[in-house]
Design a protein around this ligand. Sequence first.
Ligand code: GMT
Length: 393
Amino acid sequence: MKIGIVCYPTFGGSGIVATELAHELAIRGNEVHLISYSRPVRMYRGDGLYFFHQIPVMIYPLFEYPPYESALVSRLVEIALTQELDLLHVHYAVPFAGAAYMTKQILLQQHNKHLPYIVTLHGTDITLVGRDKSFAPVVQFGLYNADAITSVSNYLKSETVKNFKIPQERIQVIYNFINTAQHNRAYCQKAQYLERWRRFLAPRNEFLICHISNFRPLKRIDILLQAFKIVLDNGLNAKLVLVGDGPERQNMELMARDLGLEDKALFLGVQEDIRDILCISDLFVLTSESESFGLVLLEAMAMGCPIVASKTGGIPEVVRDDLEGLLCPVNDIKSFADAILKILTNPDLHRKYVNNAIKRARDFDTSKIIPEYEWLYRHVKKIVSRELFDPSN
Ligand code: GMT
């Protein structure tokens, strides 16, 4: 099948999922066209297997806001025609659901081409950004007219039903996935430089507690820093490594200094391959106040990290309390500190969570999840061709 995948290129989870999906579909023999305004960050594995198309936007002195959506739709129309796409799969509803609808109508009315579109909802496109009144009517219209809608968790599905009045039977939950053949502990043994890195980060044999995010306010890194301070005050020999970058990075570095954590909380910035830091970490912590899935939790579990995370949104569908780690009430600093201490001072419990985490990640392996997308593509295509050949239409 010839599939166009549209996504954001940045460090958000939706772009990562879309890029990995492009790669997995291409491996399975589909012709995939990945479309974004710049080269997606995860586009490093097997780049040659699929095609990448950039969206150029014309700049003109009249525009205070360049009309990105018009440029996107024009490019999608062109790609759909020249590459003879069978369907379009957009990741993140804003603005892609509306843009996909417009693309479909232009193709139908001006070129007599039928291009079904699927929207995958990722989180803030429903729970935060998409709900804003400056976007909501277009998001709702784009979703309502989609040929199929998927969401990355049951939680996100019910939020979509509640906020956008989309009938629940129209939304299929397809969980995010991970290629466990490429994300596993064996990878750690291969890379000898990792042991050196661990000694550099934790020269006094400290436990390494890891956090990875795009440093947005909803990640609540302030809660993590305060919990970590309590952990140290309780005498645990530990370091916190914070990976990634974003709007809150500077504030959080200042806060760490104010808490006297400058030597204990290390801000490493964006890392090329997060498997490296996960390999040498003893625990992964995510203190978000909202998370539709928490893709990074899956990546951490696959690499053998037990989890401490907020009991919110779709997280409990991914990490089960007291199986792969511990879940804590949102923003409850003491509860996070207690959970970290409990796991890192109890080797048997730590070992149990490590083993369970590795097993749990396999439940979301690409071999289980990608066929769900492939089935959906075939189903949508079948329905569209049935409608086309139905004489009553
Ligand atoms: O806000 C972000 O962290 C980025 C956002 C995105 O759409 O790029 O992430 C969302 O999608 C990820 C992939 O499906 C999920 O794992 C994240 O939980 C979700 N973020 C939120 O719901 C806050």
